[in-house]
Design a protein around this ligand. Structure first.
Ligand code: GLU
Length: 367
């Protein structure tokens, strides 16, 4: 899902951005990055793979300072979790940078066209946005973003900054979450309310197909056709913990209610209705390999185990392959049957469940 935060105001943005990204950590991520427009000199970017503390270390070694900035925690969909694929992504001049949550479904077609003019440095779908917006840019950043988004299909929450407009953030969303938060002489955008709740309680919820142009003094809202629109400001009465629970009494309730949207988000961009195809490139198995499996073992613990039981139901029904769901903690102490025709799938919500990681290693040993 990833996390996004943008700041324009009178304070140093770095600390606000890092703190905001920490509040969005619950969304999951594999790398993180930040871009800041300094008072003097060119736009600065820092990116690191792994936890936010790696980015913090990098910022201690090579600090950046400026009162306009954006930050991102990436959960890779297109391209491995590497520094070069981490956001923000910039145009060729390095003056324009973009962060993005979601998937640009028609990025290949846009990339093929733009690669004739610009050098691409990452494997991401996101990078096309940086070059496309730059390609449409002739002095007005909002206009360039608005025009570019007319060409883009898919799910996105994006924030764009440009070194020539140090008091400006342009952000937009379709099918990925983005809120605008209004302060005193400072304004924010973020994926979710907890990221900014230490600074202001005045929130505008962006709807799909809406853009915002933010300076420290004001916020102007538009639709994708470029018409100005009025938006309602809501006041958040909850505290941070309640905000993290999204208005639900318990995290578990929130997660239960989020299941349809989490499911939709993780499938967005992986299903092409027009081609009737499913894209699961990151899995690294080709069709012949997938067809060679005659049984499937799912390894998981806790709620992931229950997710595995749901998967068993669907896989057996649709693929007609027998599925066992095993507690990862038991698997490692048994002598489970497994060979090169067995597909083993490990599920872990945090990606760090020790029993599941060890069980997956055990399965690898059995090929
Ligand atoms: N699709 C983009 C990427 O792979 C954004 C992923 C995200 O939402 O974090 O870089």
């Amino acid at each position: 899902m990833c996390g996004i935060i943008g700041y324009v105001g009178f304070q140093d943005s770095t600390e606000i951005i890092i703190e905001g990204l920490k509040r969005l950590e619950y969304r999951g991520y594999d790398s993180a990055g930040i871009a800041v427009i300094p008072e003097k000199g060119s736009l600065e970017i820092r990116r690191e793979v792994g936890k936010l503390k790696n980015l913090e270390k990098e910022l201690l070694l090579h600090p950046i300072k400026g009162s306009t900035g954006i930050g991102h925690t990436r959960w890779a969909t297109h391209g491995k979790p590497t520094i070069y694929n981490a956001h923000p992504h910039s145009d060729e001049s390095g003056k324009l940078v973009v962060i993005h949550n979601g998937i640009i479904e028609n990025y290949i077609e846009i990339k093929e066209e733009l690669a004739k003019k610009y050098e691409f440095k990452s494997e991401t779908d996101t990078e096309v946005l940086a070059h496309l917006i730059n390609d449409n840019y002739s002095g007005d950043l909002y206009e360039a973003v608005q025009k570019s988004l007319q060409r883009v299909r898919g799910a996105y929450a994006i924030v764009v900054i440009h070194a020539d407009h140090p008091n400006l953030l342009v952000a937009a969303k379709t099918a990925s979450p983005l809120i605008v938060a209004l302060g005193e002489n400072e304004n924010f955008v973020a994926s979710d309310v907890p990221a900014i709740l230490n600074h202001t309680r005045n929130i505008v919820y962006l709807e799909d197909g809406e853009l915002v142009v933010l300076s420290k003094e004001k916020a102007e809202f538009y639709n994708l056709d470029g018409d100005k629109i009025e938006k309602k400001v809501s006041k958040i009465e909850w505290n941070i913990t309640a905000a993290e629970k999204g208005g639900y009494e318990h995290f578990m309730l929130k997660e239960i209610h989020e299941q349809p949207s989490s499911m939709a988000h993780s499938m967005t961009g992986r299903i092409s209705e027009t081609e009737g195809k499913i894209y699961l490139d990151e899995i690294g198995l080709d069709v012949a390999e997938i067809k060679s499996f005659n049984r499937i073992t799912i390894l998981a613990c806790g709620t992931s185990y229950y997710a595995g039981l749901v998967a068993k139901y669907y896989i057996e029904k649709l693929a007609k392959i027998p599925v066992d769901v095993d507690y990862a903690s038991e698997y490692r102490y048994r002598e489970p049957f497994s060979d090169e025709k067995t597909l083993v799938i490990g599920i872990s919500q945090s990606g760090e469940t020790a029993d599941t990681l060890i069980a997956a290693r055990e399965a690898k040993k059995r090929k």
